[in-house]
Design a protein around this ligand. Structure first.
Ligand code: AMP
Ligand code: ZN
Length: 479
């Protein structure tokens, strides 16, 4: 890249857009991973796509990135505030499997979804159950500092002992204490206190449990991210920590309390949070059971990358309402870009030179500004659409265009967007499908004149139909 990008991101900690500068040569990026007791819903996947674009933008800007993520396979209770059952254990009972089987199955399903969405695998992925010693040692550090206490069901963090508790969420902790909130766990000293270690219930063997200095049990949910992020990335201070906005008031607030109390250093310099994907009248939640998965999209004839592209029409910090129709209309835009590229690849140069250098550097300028401005991907897409329009009109006018440079530009941005702009197989538009079906019906009725007429019409739209032993195939006509 000619001029290095100056990335500015909105930091939840300061509620401002800040210039991003990593401490070392490599950006240390940590992402809260999935709780693997069910399939990821497309809301969860929105967050992972935002994080993927963030990583790709850092790489696009020339940084080396080390990206770590946990897999929550133990300890996440049905309430984020440490009440209720372990989500995995509960699902295991429902499916009559062990919690280990549940974790392995849904972790694999998550990996497959991520792959289909062109989400790069983090460099380091650590399952909570593989980091028990790290979690125990972190709890011991907190214990030595006198920040923990025991109750009948576990070891808790005394949040009143951590100065600045709730700074990320700007929680009014005093207000919470005075408030009328009914506490489910009466042994907790403060409503915001949370479990670091939970004891196994007496007389019941859990699938996942470990010995610890406090008794047999399992780690709390928050402690895994503090322990895993710092050990995996070998640092006390991460460059960027990410997650969905729901994590601000509890999970990330507690991660900060644990990590900063243990190390005495700021835990993350930049906190970035993705906004929610919602259904028209409800929040999409695994626990509420009202969720759409990648499989549901596929069943509607949509490609995972149509969904990825749909997300790019909205800034990551804005709530986005999902509908299948909205994804379908986003797909039209994606197909248009792919068709322009396809046309460009097969375009025979002729005629006068179209002076596109200026529009190309303008597009590049706009695209870079968009990326620099808190990952404004909708703006970047708008610049690409504008460029596609210019190219199409130059090709309509049969001008000589800087083809290689234009293709290189799309290539460069597709490294960031990862929506397969150069995909060879182009989605067949609905009207062509419709004509092909009418043609099939005409053939069945042996009305060959009508079938030929429909074939010509399909041809006139730039498509070819071929009858093969496996059925009728539709291809884009090469220009
Ligand atoms: P979980 O698997 O429940 O731990 O969540 C995985 C990630 O998805 C977390 O970063 C959550 O903040 C995020 N998330 C949960 N629900 C939504 C939603 N409806 N839209 C966007 N992100 C979400
Ligand atoms: Zn986390």
């Amino acid at each position: 890249m000619s001029t290095p990008l100056k990335l500015r991101f909105f930091n939840t900690l300061t509620r401002r857009k800040e210039l991003f500068l990593p401490v070392g040569k490599t950006v240390k990026l940590y992402t809260c991973g999935p709780t693997v007791y069910n399939y990821a819903h497309i809301g969860n996947l929105r967050t992972y796509i935002f994080e993927d674009v963030l990583r790709r933008a850092l790489e696009f800007a020339g940084y080396r990135v080390r990206h770590a993520m946990n897999i929550t396979d133990v300890g996440h209770l049905t309430s984020d505030a440490d009440e209720g059952e372990d989500k995995l254990q509960r699902q295991a009972e429902r499916e009559r499997k062990t919690a280990w089987d549940i974790a392995a199955f849904y972790a694999r399903a998550f990996e497959q979804d991520a792959k289909a969405l062109n989400i790069l695998p983090p460099h380091i992925v650590v399952r909570a159950t593989d980091a028990i010693p790290e979690q125990i040692s972190l709890i011991q550090k907190l214990e030595k500092k006198g920040l923990t206490y025991r109750t009948s069901d576990g070891v808790y963090y005394d949040t009143s002992r951590f100065k600045g508790y709730g700074k990320l969420a700007r929680l009014n902790v005093r207000g919470q204490k005075a408030g009328a909130r009914v506490e489910e766990n009466r042994e907790k000293r403060n409503p915001t206190d949370f479990a670091l270690w939970k004891f196994s219930p007496t007389g019941k063997k859990r699938d996942m449990e470990w010995e610890s200095p406090w008794g047999r049990g399992f780690p709390g949910w928050h402690v895994e991210c503090s322990a895993i992020s710092m050990s995996a990335l070998k640092t006390s201070t991460l460059d960027i920590h990410t997650g969905g906005i729901d994590h601000i008031p509890v999970h990330h607030t507690n991660e900060i309390a644990q990590s900063e109390a243990a190390t005495g250093k700021p835990f993350a310099r930049m906190w970035m949070h993705g906004a929610f994907l919602v259904l028209r009248d409800a929040k999409m939640a695994k626990s509420a059971g009202n969720f759409v998965t990648l499989e549901s999209l596929k069943a509607e004839g949509l490609d995972p990358l149509d969904y990825r592209f749909f997300l790019f029409q909205t800034h990551y910090r804005q709530t986005l309402t999902f509908s299948f129709d909205a994804v379908r209309s986003a797909r039209v835009g994606l197909v248009k870009l792919r068709e322009t590229i396809h046309r460009l690849e097969h375009y025979t140069q002729h005629g006068e030179n179209a002076t596109l250098e200026r529009s190309m550097s303008k597009v590049q300028g706009q695209a870079h500004q968009a990326i620099e401005d808190d990952l404004n991907i909708p703006k970047l897409i708008a610049a690409l659409f504008a460029f596609a329009t210019i190219l199409n009109s130059a090709m309509d006018q049969e001008r000589n265009i800087p083809r290689a440079a234009a293709l290189a530009l799309f290539h460069e941005y597709d490294k960031l967007l990862a929506v397969d702009l150069f995909r060879k197989k182009i989605a067949i538009p609905a009207e062509i499908q419709e004509l092909a079906e009418q043609r099939q019906n005409a053939r069945k009725k042996r009305n060959f004149a009508e079938a030929d007429h429909l074939r010509n019409e399909i041809h006139a739209h730039g498509w070819l139909v071929k009858d093969t032993p496996e059925g009728t195939k539709i291809h884009r006509k090469e220009s």
